[in-house]
Design a protein around this ligand. Sequence first.
Ligand code: NAP
Length: 304
Amino acid sequence: MYDIVVVGAGTAGLSAAIYAKRAGKNVLVLEGESYGGQIINTPDIENYPGIAHISGFDFATGLYNQATALGAEVKFEAVREIKAEGKEKKVITDSGEYDTKTIILATGAKNRKLGVDGEKELTGHGVSYCATCDGMFYKGKDVAVVGGGNTALEDASFLAGYCNKVYIIHRRDEFRGDIKEVERLKVNKNVEFVMNAVVTELKSEDNKLSAITVHDKVTNGDREIAVAGLFVAVGQVPDNNRFSAFVDLDEKGYIVSDETLTTRTPGVFTAGDCRTKKVRQLVTAASDGAAAALAAFDYINANW
Ligand code: NAP
């Protein structure tokens, strides 16, 4: 039996594993995709205290290596459900079952879809959710980024480096992301800001994206923009329904918890972007992981 099973190998989950191992507990981390979570695709992190610049890949790999060097076990299996009625809990994946004293749910969040017709069919054929993964396919071409948060701003800066032209399309007249990122983007001569605008149509030729229609909310006019790529960066949504028998979810689907990282089920904790919180940043994900591991440590010592 494990002391702690962590669901998710993003920043919160791996930070939890590091703290749990250092507290002397045996830990299994289960991850359905690759380690690192959302941060792995960020080209340059500049706001993690103590580290002026680091790529998301290097940061995530550092976390992974630190956790595994301390003895945390990591298995790449997708978690289907948990059973947490009694003191002994079970985590069921697509290929195994694991008994544990405690569970830390650190499932992060997934990319929100734009919700425009054809989005699904054109994903991988012009529509992408990851500029650092797919950007190079659009070298020298015209592309658009939709969204107004830090991800959209960073994606647009990244793409401006080698695409012919980058349109950044945002539904309001003000960005949600950091002013520093906006200022950085403004110096790029090949970036056009398309504000107060929403993408209403995707056009394709030979099953590849060829243009988008953008509706201007102020003038009420429509504009067609020829682009080979559309990078969707309109935020994230959680994916916690499979745990709802044991944890409360808020109206948006985030796991209800406060700074104690506890859920309604004793022995089930949560950490990172998957929980109800105001600030979703790398530093708060790492902080949640530490706090959840120490809460699990206290729980085990009090109950086993
Ligand atoms: P976000 O901050 O939630 O921003 C999502 C953006 O998409 C918002 O501007 C939102 O518009 C827009 N949007 C949402 N739904 C839309 C729709 N259906 N159609 C058109 N636009 C839509 O998401 P994010 O940029 O992915 O960032 C997530 C978190 O990670 C944030 O806390 C962010 O600061 C953080 N982050 C940090 C860094 C970094 O520090 N280096 C890098 C990336 C992300 P409104 O503004 O009108 O709501």
